[in-house]
Design a protein around this ligand. Structure first.
Ligand code: KG4
Ligand code: ZN
Length: 364
């Protein structure tokens, strides 16, 4: 199918309620017509993390209004869209139920097809919306719930090359911040503190560095941070800055090793791909030090480094709408209205579930 298509996307898998209207033209180019995201940060920050029940309730309260806003920004009504795409996993089950049920209700009432979208597929395909990237490419997803290196071969065709065996990278930032008394979410706070710190003062562990497998592990880092802080109590502002800078250096070196191996493996797997690319997604992609590390790594390996605008790296509904459009454009069938939300839904069905990597929020 290669006609002009417009779709409404809905995202409610974690702590952002989002709706978007996206179009895809005959040539495959996408345009975001309306895109609204409501963060629940304030509702959760007092608890130092996402509280599932609060999240689900907040989605219920905001979603209808947000869908109305996305449509009006796009200058469209529900009758104008060709289909509905709603995230149906992986994520927090309460939120998924809210978004998927809303999508089903609209689909039924308006007689439109429904696409139940995998949230990770949304992240994986975003670079085709923003940069028109062609398959195959590598995607590094680093957020509060996920740390995965995925080979994106085509729509619905993914191979997970690496994943975390314990904490997600964003989770490691959040826990480090908490240990040091910095505010939630921890990533931005740690980055800010690190700017005036000495990255050479502490040597934190770089787990799995040097190993052939492409997995990640970040829980040891958090323990090392705790021990460092305890050994110099009471900690001063400068100590905190030094710990944060040293933490970021350890993460940077770890990513360099793990992703560097991923790039090598990509070259060996696809020797004929002339312009290989690494795409980054997820909230941790906001970190300037880590971005610079990845950029440098890509430059050195002659890979194109694609970092979509931050608003499309973090959770949003435009990526869900786009994933729905990609599925439609390939002629994939819409989902039956009996489809159920799935709190766990790996992109790569062949990849083994990782023990321990399911402690918080949306994971696969
Ligand atoms: O993709 P995202 O917005 O959503 C979820 O995972 O739900 O990612 C949020 C994560 C949090 O763990 C946050 O601490 C981290 O991304 N993060 C950062 C930065 N900004 C956000 N981590 C490191 N440096 C940052 N500047
Ligand atoms: Zn996400």
């Amino acid at each position: 199918m290669s006609s002009h298509l417009t779709i409404l996307g809905i995202e409610t898998s974690c702590d952002e309620t989002a709706a978007a209207v996206v179009a895809r033209d005959e040539t495959g180019r996408g345009t975001i017509l309306g895109d609204v995201v409501l963060s629940q940060l304030e509702e959760h920050s007092a608890y130092g993390g996402v509280v599932p029940e609060i999240a689900a309730r907040a989605h219920v309260e905001a979603l209808d209004e947000l869908i109305g806003q996305a449509l009006s920004r796009a200058g469209k009504t529900l009758d104008d869209v060709d289909a509905i795409a709603a995230t149906s996993g992986p994520g927090l089950i309460g939120g998924l139920i809210v978004g998927l049920m809303t999508g089903k209700a609209i689909a039924r009432a308006k007689g439109k097809p429904l696409y139940a979208v995998n949230h990770l597929e949304g992240h994986a395909l975003t670079a085709r919306l923003t940069d028109g990237l062609s398959f195959p490419y590598l995607m590094l997803l680093v957020s509060g719930g996920h740390t995965q290196l995925v080979l994106v071969r085509g729509v619905g065709d993914y191979e997970r090359w690496g994943t975390t065996i314990d904490d997600a990278l964003g989770e490691a930032f959040d826990k480090t911040a908490k240990l040091l008394g910095l505010p939630y979410p921890g990533g931005p706070a740690v980055e800010r503190a690190a700017a005036t710190g000495d990255p050479g003062r502490f040597t934190f562990p770089r787990p799995l560095v040097g190993e052939k497998r492409l997995d990640f592990s970040f829980s040891g880092l958090k323990t090392a941070v705790r021990q460092a802080a305890q050994s110099i109590e009471p900690v001063s502002e400068q100590d905190i800055a030094d710990i944060c800078a040293s933490f970021q250096r350890a993460v940077s070196r770890t990513l360099k090793d793990r992703i560097g191996r991923g790039l090598e493996r990509f070259r060996q797997t696809f020797p004929d791909v002339t312009q290989p690319a690494l795409v980054v997604a997820g909230g941790v992609a906001a970190n300037r030090v880590l971005r610079a590390t990845l950029q440098e790594l890509c430059d050195r390996n002659r890979f194109r480094f694609v970092a979509p605008p931050l608003a499309l790296c973090t959770d949003n509904a435009a990526m869900i709408a786009w994933a729905g459009l990609e599925r439609m454009a390939c002629g994939l069938s819409p989902d039956d209205l009996s489809v159920s939300p799935r709190s766990r839904w790996p992109l790569d069905a062949e990849a083994a579930a990782m023990l321990g990597s399911g402690k918080r929020g949306a994971k696969a």
